[in-house]
Design a protein around this ligand. Structure first.
Ligand SMILES: [Ca+2]
Length: 317
């Protein structure tokens, strides 16, 4: 009885061990599959491709878009540029030029894309907020109407939206407003923010100023207003031969911060305003200092087309 009992128990133990080993093997396979999936999910190229597998494993949430914020910082040298600074650090470092202060700095951006390490893109979908972002167009506003700035007290230095979970090598965006939204009436009651900001209205060219950057030195100003030119049609149905929309790409770091080097933007002898004002309104009929500043944003002055590789103003922090 004792022997039978021992053998019986041994058989029971063997059977239990076999079941446990089978269950363990199944569990191991499941965990291995999950681990492989999660490992693949960490690779930039796999985020959006694994939705089905993640869903089968009950991990569909990992493939859903997540909040994503990108910060912009205008700088002179290594210091952040603000309206209240009084010439130091200099907004530009042209030999012999006197100190200058910020008067205005605002810019529209759209078509924001995050770039994976394999070069493919996913959109950073901007959240409509009724103030700064509308249909994936955003107004960045770095001036707060203090010091020598003469715009509005409100500021906006970030892009806020959602993007697929993933690791991204760089960010691409287009400066300006898309043609389809650019030529509506800025002052119309039904024109949504931020397309209704009067300070960005380009009345004589029928559209928006894509970038408005102004600095002051005593009574002299350096004024750069960028926008589309050589336009035909009747608003809002207007097309422009000179796009004037820079294509920018900068590396992405963990800070998710894009810098603007304002010293570089105006860093040309023809923009020395110590003896008189200088300007560029992107007007091919009256170029003034435009040929000096367009290439710094990656724009070809000859036709106002974009070449992201050549811009030298934007970078990463
Ligand atoms: Ca403002």
């Amino acid at each position: 009885m004792h022997l039978y009992s021992t053998t019986y128990r041994t058989n029971i133990h063997k059977a239990a061990f076999a079941r446990t080993r089978g269950a363990f093997a199944a569990l191991t396979a499941t965990l291995t599959l999950a681990a492989l999936t999660l490992t693949a999910g960490c690779k930039p190229s796999a985020e959006s491709d694994d939705a089905g597998l993640l869903g089968a494993l009950g991990l569909a949430g990992l493939s859903s878009p997540v909040p994503y914020t990108l910060t912009f910082v205008p700088r002179a040298g290594s210091a952040t540029t603000v309206c209240s600074q009084n010439g130091s650090p200099a907004l530009y470092t042209i030999a012999g030029s006197a100190a200058a202060t910020l008067q205005d700095l605002r810019m529209y951006v759209h078509n924001v894309r995050l770039v994976k390490t394999d070069g493919s893109e996913v959109p950073l979908s901007l959240t409509n907020d009724g103030t700064w972002q509308y249909q994936n167009v955003a107004l960045l506003d770095f001036e707060d109407a203090t010091g020598n700035c003469n715009g509005t007290s409100e500021t906006n230095t970030t892009l806020r939206g959602t993007a697929p979970r993933g690791t991204y090598a760089s960010v691409r965006f287009t400066i300006g407003v898309p043609e389809s939204l650019n030529h509506s009436d800025v002052s119309a009651a039904d024109t949504p923010a931020p397309l209704n900001v009067s300070g960005m209205n380009w009345s004589w060219a029928v559209g928006r100023k894509f970038l408005r950057f102004e600095i002051l030195n005593g009574a002299n100003t350096a004024v750069f207003h960028l926008g589309a030119q050589s336009c035909t049609g009747t608003p809002p149905n207007v097309t422009c031969a000179r796009s004037g929309r820079p294509e920018i790409e900068v590396p992405l770091t963990s800070s998710r911060t894009v810098t603007m080097d304002l010293q570089n933007l105006f860093g040309h002898a023809n923009w020395d305003i110590s003896a008189g004002s200088a300007s560029c309104h992107a007007n091919p009929g009256s170029p003034a200092q435009c040929p000096d500043i367009f290439p710094r944003l990656g724009l070809d002055w000859a036709d106002a087309s974009a070449d992201a590789a050549s811009q030298t103003v934007f970078g990463a922090l």
